[in-house]
Design a protein around this ligand. Structure first.
Ligand code: HEM
Length: 498
């Protein structure tokens, strides 16, 4: 049975009357809207947002520097283009907050937990010692990559089909990232890996449950979500003895103890000791670091693997480049730095497909004013239209064409060799964000992804299964999810001169 036109006219008329009656001088009203502005009709926009967020963002990007879109329960404000990306990234923390945005967007209070210290211990550890020690941890990354690929991928010298690649890669990446976070052999224990991989799924599950609840019920029902408490309990079981040992060392010898271990675990335990916080937060911190690292890395890696399988003609040039780099510098950071084609292939895949259509998520804590006079009141979620920026023809020539080695060409120009890398931060490349909150794990994940791809490229011939077309992504609001069902074929090569 269809809806009668009279009913539609009534709803539309009522919505407009209600809208004008309710109108108060709210700065949000003067920001242009993509979709509907009138109450009730905004729900139609919210439905479109769920299935076509990129279409709406693209429309806003083409027309406005700042615009707003309605979701179920709020307005979100978006900025367009490099200048505005830069402005948003430079706004002070007391005006716009990345933490408050995460708290809202993934309901962090109930799903991930709240950070007891500022700056959060894991962010300080990733920014500081982990990034400083990156060259030293490369051999561990490479060793764990080799072990995890040999375990997860077929060993036959004939074509073998694999499905559920995001899950396979999540397992591999969880082992490699935890080799750095916790060390071996815990990073290979299936029970431990299950805790951290389940947690990344449970956080998203918890977010979905909370999103469906009315705002007023969230503080009552949120604390009842079981997953975070369960994960902390299980982490305690696994890491308890090793954490206790490190705490004992600090108590007996203080921070300056001879032969003090110099690894991620120690930096976290010491961070918690300095801040005098409860041990439970140590386990929560590991879960938070795993959440920040695992989902993003495994989905990004899946996109690259699908693209490689879809374009097998790119494999040979990549293989040659990897073999030359390894012959000159071994499996070192310097060697990975020489893999320009691989770096470009990864970056172009993220430009073209990516894992989210927005970046630079922030929430206003005070009124934020842009240089063009646009005013955003406190309590509003803001973000940058990342995919629209990455498809801007003025910034990326032939933006609609996938050019695997696009960034090699750019780097070959005079004085440009260190720009245009996957990890570079520029206002026209915001995959890792921009400014002081840009992803601190990007150097680590860039090496991890290169090591994983290099191992696969050297060991396997790869091609896409089925009818040979690239598996389509799924989109849910701003998230881009690579297909779970895609079929990828692997054939182990006999040997290589690596
Ligand atoms: C391909 C994988 C990854 C992607 C796409 C990614 C992306 C991002 C983005 C977009 C941000 C927000 C930046 C901003 O708004 O300015 C961010 C922040 C962050 N990322 Fe990553 N990330 C990845 C891997 C990792 C890894 C491996 C780690 C840990 C080792 C990590 C740790 C963090 C942390 C702790 C923050 C918060 C920084 C802050 O609040 O100041 N990320 N990441």
């Amino acid at each position: 049975m269809g809806i009668s036109p009279q009913l539609l006219y009534f709803v539309a008329g009522f919505s407009f009357l209600y809208y004008f009656a309710q109108r108060r001088p709210n700065p949000l009203h003067s920001i242009p809207t993509i979709g509907f502005s009138a109450p009730f009709l905004t729900y139609l926009s919210a439905v479109r947002w769920l299935v076509d967020a990129q279409g709406m963002l693209q429309e806003g990007y083409a027309k406005h520097k700042v615009f707003k879109i309605a979701s179920w329960d709020r307005w979100m404000v978006f900025v367009s283009g490099p200048d505005m990306n830069e402005e948003l990234s430079k706004m002070p923390d007391d005006v716009v907050s990345i933490q408050a945005a995460a708290t809202d967007l993934i309901q962090a209070k109930y799903t991930l937990g709240e950070n007891p210290v500022e700056p959060p211990i894991e962010i300080a550890a990733i920014h500081g010692p982990m990034t400083r020690n990156l060259s030293a941890i490369v051999p561990d990354i490479v060793e764990e990559v080799v072990l995890s690929v040999e375990k997860a991928f077929p060993q036959k010298q004939e074509w073998v089909e694999m499905t559920r690649m995001p899950e396979v890669l999540l397992q591999c990446i969880a082992c490699v990232e935890n080799r750095i976070f916790i060390g071996a052999p815990i990073c290979r224990e299936p029970e431990y890996i299950k805790i951290v991989t389940d947690f990344t799924v449970d956080v998203m599950k918890g977010k979905l449950v909370m999103d469906l609840l009315p705002m007023r019920l969230r503080p009552i029902l949120g604390p009842l979500l079981p997953w975070r408490r369960k994960a902390i309990r299980l982490m305690k079981k696994h890491l308890g003895p090793v954490v206790a040992e490190r705490q004992k060392g600090l108590q007996e010898h203080g921070a300056q103890w001879d032969n003090k271990p110099d690894d991620f675990l120690m930096w976290i335990v010491e961070g918690a000791w300095n801040a005098k916080i409860d041990s439970d937060f140590i386990y929560q911190t590991f879960l938070m670091a795993n959440f920040a690292a695992l989902r993003t890395s495994s989905l990004s890696m899946t996109q690259v693997l699908y693209q490689l399988a879809y374009l097998p003609e790119c494999i040979q040039p990549l293989r040659e480049e990897i073999m030359n780099a390894v012959a000159e510098d071994g499996w070192t950071r310097a060697g990975f730095n020489k893999m320009w084609k691989l770096d470009s292939f990864i970056k172009e895949t993220q430009r073209y497909y990516g894992i989210a259509v927005i970046s630079l998520r922030r929430k206003t804590l005070k009124t934020a004013t842009f240089s063009n006079g646009v005013v955003v009141p406190p309590g509003v979620l803001m973000a940058a239209a990342a995919a629209a920026t990455h498809f801007d023809e003025g910034l990326y020539k032939d933006a609609a064409i996938f050019k695997p080695f696009r960034f090699v060409e750019k780097r070959e120009a005079d004085g440009e060799s260190t720009k245009h890398q996957f990890v570079s931060l520029t206002p026209d490349w915001i995959f890792f964000g921009l400014g002081k909150h840009a992803c601190p794990g990007r150097f680590f994940v860039s090496i991890l992804m290169k090591a994983l791809l290099a191992k696969i490229i050297l060991d396997y011939d790869v091609k896409i299964g089925g009818d040979g077309s690239r598996p389509p992504n799924m989109s849910l609001a701003t998230t881009v999810i690579p297909s779970l069902k895609a079929r990828v074929l692997f054939r182990k090569r006999q040997s290589y001169d690596g």
